[in-house]
Ligand binder design. Structure first.
Ligand code: ACM
Ligand code: ZN
Length: 720
């Protein structure tokens, strides 16, 4: 009788307190039961942690929660570790765990996150912070990209020059960027990861992306010229020389020191983006090709990969390479292909029965990409577009691989955090979280039952609280304008302002210039603006966390600005050139060094030769001035990557205030009558935080407000 009453009481308690299952990644099988179990801790007194060979799978576990107690079973330590992570997520702050029967195992054995400390360095503490969170969400590989054109980041005792000359770079503005991990620090990180069932996979790039090593040892390259670590992003054309035995000796020495530091079997040897131009003209490379019977430089690439792969195989390692390692043929069947240039490399490799790891940038797995409209996002990114939903939507087994019966060759999935535009820990965290939660789920959970809405619910619940508790600067969507965000809009009579977010969230706004708060009005329908208004707006996550504030200035103007009627209007713009490394518009002197006429805006940025290396460029600034012929009356939005754009004597787009110059993120509108309007575009040539503005097209684009289509100003529209 007493037992019955207790059961009834337990049932009653659970009916009122039945919690939702909030686990990320979603377990393979969950049977929700009634009731809860209260525990005071995760130790053996509260939970039966049982090693059980019947639970098949290296990382599989079962978890049984009944009102009477909790039993976790796995055949491995990893399995019990993951049971523990699930239990931590199930338990509320008072120690109540909903009754549940879970049978769980990962979909993929490789669930990876990549860090690039080469472009911008990450401290050991920050790496550990990421490892902590990775483990909580069952990610089990850290791909550590340790060597690059821009910096060598791992101590090799035989070659101290690598750190002396390769671990720091002097940026174009004179600032110094540096950092490296000692072997003791590497061991510490690897052990910290291992304690969390994470394998650290080191990457030693060959034969490209190695200018920092070449800066320390010029003889590693074909021509052996003195150089310094690269200060420009992108692909360096000075690569290692596979014609020289010394180069192989160097790599083997480095590998000899790296292998004992990384006890896992996987070793990444890069292989991407290695231009072969230098090899064509190098007597050593050509002699090597002749001796080996190679007719194409692509085969020389596979020769390097093959030799180093074999050397590593001799040390018990399985190599991973970016998908270029397929080029040139002859790749050893044990080598793993990491597909990054879309899915194609992975598809070809899997069909050829290579194991593959999927990390396609096109499918959202480059976490250096924008998480929303670049015009609205608070941080500048390298480019691309990858929202939480895009990551979640990705299936790492492409349909054609499945159809070819090669699905089992897909070992897993990874997201990459290239750090060209990641300058500090806060920015790194903003890129990784919460997208890494979506990564964890596509890497672990069965593809059946995928449901973004339910995933969002779990992200916005305890997972977000956990990120807050961990002190993570995670991304919250910005408020956007559908069709294209613009901070500076105009109207002549009234304007309806529509707002949205990349996923459904509450939007707050104010119209009085103050920052929105939780009790500020909620956006429910387009804001109807009839006078000049400063709209401040931000998204709210469930749980009351506010996202970044966006300010949209909507200006009411009396009418369209009248067109000019100059006495003469010859084609082209007047271009004033100032030689020198100008980093601000205000530093331009009054008298230009040269004045000429240019036919197109494009010519603003091609006044001097710029070699692919962007070394020894004669920097200059150029101002193009004259008139632009606008095709019809209307409100126009302008965009440009130039430092400044002036229309009718007013500064319209000003990118010059930004320390970074990668994208036009300062679009602005102006109301113009059909016909000629004064235009001035200011181009500053130079390398701005790794980005040579010579790579921009100097274009000025415009579109009519409310229209999607952009037009670049054409030469036929320019007069002076
Ligand atoms: C890569 O993104 N270059 C692998
Ligand atoms: Zn060579």
């Amino acid at each position: 009788m007493l037992k019955q009453i207790l059961t009834t009481l337990a049932l009653a308690a659970c009916l009122t307190a039945q919690a939702e299952i909030n686990v990320i990644p979603r377990p393979a099988q969950v049977v929700e039961k009634t009731g809860t179990c209260h525990i005071t801790g995760l130790d053996a007194k509260n939970v039966k942690w049982q090693k059980d060979k019947k639970v098949k799978g290296d990382e599989a576990y079962t978890l049984s929660v009944t009102p009477k107690g909790i039993v976790a079973k796995a055949s491995t330590d990893a399995g019990l570790f993951y049971a523990r992570q699930t239990l931590i997520q199930l338990m509320d702050k008072d120690g109540n765990v909903p009754c549940v029967e879970i049978k769980d195992a990962p979909r993929f054995s490789y669930r990876g996150l990549h860090l690039d400390p080469c472009r911008h360095f990450h401290s050991v503490a920050e790496v550990k912070k990421q490892l902590d969170l990775m483990a909580q969400y069952k990610l089990n590989h850290l791909h550590w990209h340790l060597t690059e054109d821009q910096g060598w980041r791992i101590e090799i005792k035989k070659y101290p020059e690598l750190l002396e000359k390769g671990a720091q770079r002097v940026e174009a503005d004179g600032s110094i960027h540096k950092g490296y991990y000692t072997q003791e620090e590497v061991k510490d990180v690897v052990a910290y990861a291992a304690a969390r069932h994470i394998t650290v996979v080191p990457e030693l790039e060959i034969p490209g992306h190695e200018l920092a090593a070449i800066a320390a040892f010029p003889n590693l390259s074909c021509r052996g010229e003195q150089t310094t670590p690269r200060i420009v992003w992108g692909v360096e054309d000075i690569v290692m020389c596979p014609g020289k035995e010394d180069m192989f000796r160097f790599l083997q020495d480095v590998i000899d020191e790296m292998v004992p530091l990384f006890p896992g079997t996987l070793f990444h040897i890069g292989g991407d983006e290695a231009p072969r131009g230098e090899w064509k003209h190098c007597p050593n490379c050509q002699a090597r090709m002749k001796a080996e019977g190679l007719t194409k430089e692509a085969q020389l690439q596979s020769y390097v990969i093959g030799r180093i792969e074999k050397y590593l195989r001799g040390k018990g390692k399985t190599v991973i390479g970016w998908d270029e390692i397929l080029e040139g043929g002859n790749l050893d069947t044990t080598a793993i292909v990491m597909s990054w240039r879309g899915e194609e490399g992975g598809i070809i490799a899997a069909k050829a029965h290579h194991h593959v790891l999927m990390t396609p940038g096109s499918q959202g797995l480059y976490f250096d990409h924008y998480q929303g409209d670049p015009q609205a996002e608070p941080q500048e990114c390298i480019g691309g577009y990858s929202t939480l939903e895009k990551v979640y939507s990705y299936d790492p087994v492409p349909q054609s691989v499945r159809e070819a019966g090669a699905a089992d060759y897909v070992l897993g999935v990874q997201a990459n955090n290239w750090s060209e535009y990641i300058h500090n820990d806060a920015e790194l965290e903003w890129r990784i979280w919460p997208r890494a939660l979506a990564l964890a789920e596509i890497a672990w959970s069965p593809v059946e039952g995928k449901d973004f809405k339910d995933f969002q619910r779990r992200v916005d619940g305890p997972a977000t609280q956990n990120l807050v508790k961990a002190g993570i600067n995670f991304h919250i969507p910005s408020v956007e304008q559908p069709g294209g965000s613009c901070d500076n809009i105009v109207f002549t009579d009234h304007r309806d302002l529509t707002l949205s977010t990349t996923r459904p969230l509450a939007i707050h706004y104010t119209l009085d210039g103050t920052d929105p708060e939780l009790d500020s009005p909620l956006y429910t329908q387009p804001l109807q603006l009839t006078k000049t208004t400063v709209v401040k707006t931000c998204a709210e996550l469930p749980g009351g966390i506010l996202g970044p504030v966006r300010t949209i200035t909507a200006k009411k103007v009396k009418g369209l600005q009248p067109a000019s009627k100059p006495a003469v209007a010859d084609p082209g713009l007047v271009c004033s050139i100032h030689y020198g490394g100008y980093r601000t518009v205000s530093s331009l002197q009054d008298t230009p060094d040269e004045v000429c006429v240019i036919d197109s805006l494009y010519q603003l940025r091609n006044r001097v030769p710029v070699p692919a290396s962007v070394r020894n460029v004669r920097d200059y600034a150029a101002i193009g001035e004259g008139y632009v012929n606008m095709p019809e009356n209307g409100i126009y939005e302008f965009r440009t990557m130039n430092a400044q754009l002036w229309i009718d004597g007013k500064l319209l787009v000003d990118n010059s205030a930004s320390a970074l110059q990668r994208h036009s993120r300062k679009n602005a509108e102006v109301a113009l009558e059909k016909g000629l309007h004064q235009i001035k575009a200011v181009f500053l040539g130079g390398i701005f935080t790794g980005w040579p503005t010579y790579w921009d097209d100097a274009a000025v684009g415009y579109r009519l407000s409310g229209h999607n289509r952009w037009h670049n100003i054409r030469p036929a529209q320019l007069f002076h």
